[in-house]
Design a protein. Structure first.
Length: 449
């Protein structure tokens, strides 16, 4: 029987275990998780009398593969959509609605341009850019460079930056177009007008969460994988031994046929070091931003701009806050207290995250009050920190990744899958983990498969 150690009990590790169950039902899979709970950044907590997420709150419905596994495991009927949807962006001291029909702020149609909070000059510039081919040739470029040159500085500063800075903690002037906006990059490299190649969704995207919280979804998926789950088990080293590997925690060493490392780049590097030092070095060069989410609660409902689910803050505002979600409008089933969730942390700006919890919450609240002047002091708050929790894809990320994959290719039966590679959203992590599981099995000696 094939034995596999999955290191990391986040959605990446759980997804590898689920895929192994499908591909090699007879294999014995163990998930090693450092903390005392499964789920990683799928982590449901409480603030006041309301349940809230410390990490991811939902996932986009885009790839059928994740939906299929949720159906197969009986979870699809437990999933619900947000009650409200629609972001506002803080511009010129006001909150303006973001248009639908964009790809991370890049307008996909003249209708999206017309509805965007741009000046007449900005709209004319964006429309002209959409009517031309994307004009991109050669190596990867920064999101900021291509968007400014092709669609104008207003599209960058008023649409793309607030979305990418707010949801990815990234700096648009350093972020890879190919890695951060792959569909835009592909369209920009075609010879037809962008308008015909961008293919932005015409309807608003659908998001789903588990009615009992994302931890419940992680636990149910982990259970469905049939893997043995070892919580409070930090893996400290992985070494090659014959055709297999030795996996050590502080208290034991076990021998397995295959290993899947499902961690952030820096954490994975520490474990890859003993087997593939070149690959470990390339992992160490990958970058990430630290972020925090602060959930504030009130016993009475808070007055908020109607029809919206939250705000995004452009980098140029230089606020502690990068985004906020009207949690209780979005997910009213989660409890009696009214909750707003604020996000802090941007690439290259770590100062706010050095503050202690009280000072960080206070700084985030001060910024919230700029946008919601009637906000009174909350009764409770909870700070969730994610050090190096948001991968940042710099220019040339895919080329770097190709070098890493080539270096790791010399370790059959050992795979690394990570949000640091090809997308950090839950569906991206799921897809990468599924193909990592297939690669792992493909690398095992025939007798071991
Ligand atoms: C604040 C925040 C909000 C987000 N919101 C969304 C969202 O709404 N929708 C969305 O799609 N995505 C969202 N994301 C991104 C998404 O949550 C993550 O990319 C994804 O959950 C990462 O999963 P993972 O399994 O790769 O890593 P993780 O969830 O980080 O799991 C890794 C696990 O490995 C464990 N571990 C670490 N070292 C070891 C070791 N040596 N041995 C054993 N175990 C170890 C850790 O304890 C952890 O549990 C958000 C991310 C953050 C930080």
């Amino acid at each position: 029987m094939t034995t596999v150690a999955v290191i990391g009990g986040g959605i990446g590790g759980i997804s590898v275990a689920l895929a192994l169950r499908q591909l090699a039902p007879d294999s014995e899979v163990m998930i090693f998780e450092a903390s005392d709970r499964i789920g990683g950044k799928l982590a449901t907590i409480s603030v006041g009398k309301t349940r809230v997420e410390a990490g991811a709150d939902s996932f986009i419905v885009r790839d059928p593969a994740l939906i299929e596994v949720l159906e197969r495991t009986g979870l699809a009927s437990e999933l619900i959509e947000p009650r409200v949807f629609g972001g506002l962006v803080s511009l010129d001291g006001h909150l303006a609605p973001l248009p639908t029909g964009t790809i991370f702020g890049v307008p996909g149609s003249l209708r999206a341009v017309a509805a965007a909070p741009l000046s007449a000059r900005g709209k004319a510039r964006a429309a002209a850019g959409l009517l031309r081919p994307g004009s991109l040739r050669g190596p990867d470029v920064a999101v900021g460079k291509w968007v400014t040159e092709h669609l104008g500085d207003e599209v960058l500063e008023r649409l793309v930056d607030p979305i990418l800075a707010g949801t990815r903690a990234g700096d648009v002037n350093e972020m890879s177009l190919a890695a951060a906006l792959p569909t835009v990059n592909a369209a920009a490299r075609k010879r037809a007008p962008l308008l015909t190649t961008l293919k932005a969704p015409k309807v608003r995207p659908r998001f789903l969460t588990h009615r009992d919280g994302m931890s419940a979804m992680a636990e149910a998926l982990a259970h469905a994988s049939g893997a043995t789950i070892r919580t409070s088990s930090t893996v400290t080293s992985v070494e090659a031994q014959g055709a297999g590997y030795l996996v050590s925690t502080g208290s034991e060493t076990i021998r397995v046929d295959g290993v899947a490392i499902c961690l952030g780049a820096a954490q994975a590097a520490a474990l890859v070091e003993g087997v593939a030092p070149l690959a470990a070095g390339l992992l160490k060069e990958m970058r990430s931003a630290s972020v925090a989410a602060v959930a504030f609660s009130w016993s009475k409902a808070v007055e908020l701009p109607s029809g919206s689910s939250g705000i995004l803050i452009p980098s140029s505002n230089a606020e502690t806050l990068s985004a906020a979600t009207w949690w209780s409008l979005k997910w009213p089933h989660t409890g009696d207290d009214f909750v707003i969730r604020a996000f802090v942390g941007r690439a290259g700006h770590h100062r706010a995250l050095d503050l202690d919890d009280e000072a960080l919450a206070s700084a985030a609240l001060d910024d919230l009050k700029r946008h919601l002047p009637h906000l009174v002091t909350p009764e409770n708050y909870s700070v969730s920190r994610w050090p190096s929790g948001m991968p940042v894809y710099p220019i040339g990320h895919h080329e770097h990744l190709a070098r890493f994959e080539a270096a790791l290719g010399r370790t059959p039966g050992l795979v690394v899958t990570s949000a640091a590679f090809r997308g950090s959203g839950i569906p991206d992590v799921y897809l990468q983990a599924t193909s990592a599981a297939a690669r792992l099995l493909g690398g095992l000696r025939p007798a071991r498969r």
